[in-house]
Design a protein around this ligand. Structure first.
Ligand code: FAD
Length: 512
């Protein structure tokens, strides 16, 4: 009789989950999730006391709690359960492994330093206790072992990486959902919820209790944050109400590709700003692991067979390759990827440390409407379009010259789809310290005029600018006093004065 424990991390799904599938070959299986307190609460950034940030903000906390509830429900439907514990995985997992007499623990592995550090401690403790550990790579399109070269040898720029995988690698088929063996006998069945389901300790009978799935209120510290978590988009202005979990992830794939048939025009619409259909919006599910990129890939292939194969279908996979690229870059460069000089070791940039400027940027009060509208969308909903992220990040890093890692840490708090590799990778890229040696500054005003020509987006998020014609909604500082009076929008009262001189500072060539 063999017993396995599967440790769920950012792989909150049953489909295409190799750690689960391998563990399911045992006679008995204990699925576990550990709520690690180190992932919540505020902390100083980079060891500096001056700036503290919330590690996981309300939007992602809510999403994760929903994903856990969904995973538990799916496991219970299969006569299994999700045992949930709060604590450090390196302490919790060996205890649980002992309680159920586990022979082995399976888990997925990720390349970012914090995740690796936890994993290393877990491995060491389990092995000390004679429990076998098996780790799997499962969050990218291409398996790390299928890359044309070792990950340590991959190019540092995207195009050669993309060309090499397109030419010399293939995407594995997604694994199906396995049938699950029973829980170890000492686990009290989670379907009996009449009793003391709250206790996460072993009971007098020696049973392992399922424990509670956390709620946003238990994971977030201050009251304001809890409000947002419970009502993610209080004004209903967001592009989509992102609901956590594998069920919602599969439903989103279904609606975007099949029901709404949006994939056929993805390449033309992907730079949009308003509405759910301009891009796939799959990122939150991909990053919490509710959705496997290989599953998405297979669905795109099926769509190409059954509906249409065109540039748009290629381009969605092209973007998933960007996601892969940053994962493998972090695997290659480790901690240096997150350092201020970055992988290009740039020590020639004079980064500023200006709290007041940073706060204006983070509150969406820079006085540059295209930046402010995007930041307010992020703050309110946890999401921002790719076009928005590029401009907001460029304004922070290139126009304000604020330490790019502080902006990235702010995104880390707020984004519902935060991923360390994609987030810090894109920020470093735009800040000029990452995977591209070209100037990646964005002409924010030019971008605003191009991508929001009628100012529908800025006025959606900045209703105070609604009375203005589009050219003034993007550049309200151009109004004379008389025009401000005429439109009922007074600069410095109804909307901030710009914090930089737009004519001098926002004049860069356009990018990607
Ligand atoms: P789609 O346009 O539908 O793309 C499909 C998928 O491809 C996305 O879900 C995503 O997984 C992947 N993808 C697309 N563009 C990129 C990219 N540039 N880099 C990596 N993967 C990409 N994406 C995250 O998933 N998490 C982050 O924390 C994150 N932070 C970012 C920070 C900055 C400063 C910038 C410029 C971009 C960031 N991105 C991040 C990438 C991109 O903006 C989002 O993946 C995308 O907007 C998510 O929306 P979507 O799912 O509709 O994307």
């Amino acid at each position: 009789m063999t017993t396995a424990l599967v440790w769920f991390r950012r792989d909150l799904r049953l489909h295409d989950n190799e750690a689960l599938r391998e563990a399911a070959a045992a006679d008995r299986l204990l699925p576990v999730y550990v709520v690690d307190p180190r992932e919540y609460g505020t902390r100083p950034y980079g060891g500096t006391a001056s700036f503290r940030f919330e590690k996981t903000g309300p939007h992602r906390v809510r999403f994760r709690c929903e994903a856990l509830s969904d995973l538990r429900a799916s496991l219970r439907e299969r006569d299994s359960d999700l045992v949930v514990r709060e604590g450090r995985p390196e302490e919790v997992l060996p205890d649980l492994a002992r309680a159920v007499d586990a022979d082995e623990v399976t888990m997925h592995t990720w390349p970012a330093p914090e995740e690796r550090a936890v994993e290393a401690r877990v491995n060491a403790r389990l092995r000390d206790r004679g429990v076998a550990v098996r780790r799997f790579w499962g969050h990218t399109l291409y398996h790390v072992n299928d890359l044309p070269t070792a990950y340590t040898e991959i190019p540092d720029t995207y195009t050669p990486f993309r060309k090499s995988v397109e030419r010399d690698a293939s995407v594995r088929d997604p694994l199906g959902t396995p049938s699950l063996p029973p829980l170890p006998g000492v686990v009290r069945d989670g379907s009996d919820r009449s009793g003391d389901d709250r206790s996460d300790r072993s009971g007098d009978d020696g049973a392992v209790r399922p424990g509670d799935v956390p709620t946003p209120a238990t994971l977030l510290a201050d009251d304001g944050a809890i409000d947002v978590a419970q009502s993610p988009d209080p004004h209903g202005r967001g592009v989509l109400s992102f609901r956590g979990g594998e069920s919602a992830a599969l439903a989103r794939v279904r609606s975007y590709l099949w029901d709404d048939d949006r994939l056929r025009e993805y390449k033309e619409t992907r730079n949009g700003l308003l509405g759910e259909g301009y891009s796939s919006k799959l990122s939150p599910w991909l990053n919490e692991g509710c959705l496997s990129p290989r599953y998405v890939h297979r669905e795109v292939q099926r769509y190409e067979d059954e509906r249409v194969k065109n540039e748009s279908t290629y381009w969605l996979v092209f973007e998933l390759r960007w996601r892969d690229f940053f994962q493998f870059q972090v695997a290659k460069h480790r901690g240096q990827f997150f350092s201020r000089p970055g992988i290009r070791e740039r020590d020639d940039i004079d980064w500023r440390d200006d709290d007041r400027a940073f706060e204006r940027w983070a509150r969406g009060e820079t006085g540059i409407p295209f930046v402010d509208a995007n930041v307010r969308e992020l703050n309110e909903t946890g999401f921002m379009s790719n076009r928005g992220r590029q401009n907001v990040a460029s304004f922070c890093a290139n126009d304000l010259r604020l330490d790019w890692r502080r902006g990235a840490a702010y995104f880390e708090t707020k984004l519902v789809d935060y991923d360390p590799c994609s987030n810090y990778g894109n920020w470093a890229y735009i800040a000029g310290v990452g995977n591209d040696s070209r100037d990646r500054s964005f002409d924010v005003l030019g971008q605003a005029r191009k991508y929001d020509p009628d100012a529908a987006y800025v006025t959606h998020w900045l209703p105070e600018l609604d009375p203005l014609p589009p050219e003034y909604a993007h550049e309200p500082w151009r109004m004379s006093d008389a025009e401000q009076a005429e439109h009922g929008v007074e600069l410095g009262v109804d909307y901030p004065e710009p914090m930089v001189d737009p004519d001098l500072d926002l004049d860069y060539s356009e990018n990607r």
